[in-house]
Design a protein around this ligand. Sequence first.
Ligand code: TRP
Length: 340
Amino acid sequence: MKKEILLTGDRPTGKLHIGHYIGSLKNRVKLQDQYNSFIMIADQQALTDNAKNPEKIRSNLTEVALDYLSVGIDPSKVNIFVQSQIPELNELTMHYLNIVTLSRLKRNPTVKNEIKEKNFNESLPTGFLIYPVSQAADITAFKATVVPVGEDQLPMIEQTREIVRSFNSIYKREVLFEPNVLLPEKGLGRLPGIDGKAKMSKSLGNAIYLSDSSDTIKQKVMSMYTDPNHIRVEDPGNVENNTVFTYLDAFCLDKLQLEEMREHYKNGGLGDVKVKRYLNDILQAELEPIRNKRNYYEKHMDFVYEVLKTGSINARSLAAETLSEVREAIGINFFFKLNR
Ligand code: TRP
């Protein structure tokens, strides 16, 4: 049976942290056996609000590639590629832009939020505003039907589905495929930062990175936000909005032991330091092999670049096929037959 096509990706604006690991990377490793998988490093999307910092995106591209390989994304199973190396995606974007209205784009909740967060005002780059259309190109170019992303990306997929429907109906051919979202399992959505803030991010300085040393991890765990009213060990503690317990829910496999600790903490008599040490042991055990693999690949960068290059060559030839069908459907395949 032919496997369904899965596509997902990340903008390389920083190293990946354990929030990415819990929310998506771990799942991608699981899914790589079930789907014909494509993972894109969306450097061009990252450039839409980083035109003046291409160096930042370039260096993070390598970091993200290292993160992927070190968590066990297997390049013999997954086509890992670099978005900017597939110029066909840009032409697809241009064709799609003609069937998307400006008002529809401005209503896209994900972009709308980000525009607000980033305080662009009058300096909003057009490339940033239209990135949902370029994302539709990413997805449709590979005829992906499964897109595993977080809740925040739902509007992106909805917009892609609309573009697919418009395109196929205007040009009267089933050239493009409607993708479906694959959401993270319950409880494995967004991990808060170590300060308890809803989002783990570089700018808030509250993330634990896959590349962090064991000392850094320990120090971050020991400084984690818990229940501010749990002052003495014998005090009853709150386990809701208690970051240490939230992380334990995500990482601890011994659910029985965890339930016991939760009860003990609630009733009083279990100190923060003890719980943090327990979490630290679990995190260290999970992250050490990842860090070791990362160190290995860092010393074998030729291999890493080869993976990206091969992946990009494969991805490009598939995108060219779709683009060729799109040109044919529109009726602008006059002089050149792409890839035929
Ligand atoms: N928008 C995604 C992010 O913010 C990255 C991305 C680009 C993507 N193209 C995609 C995700 C296509 C899934 C499918 O990280």
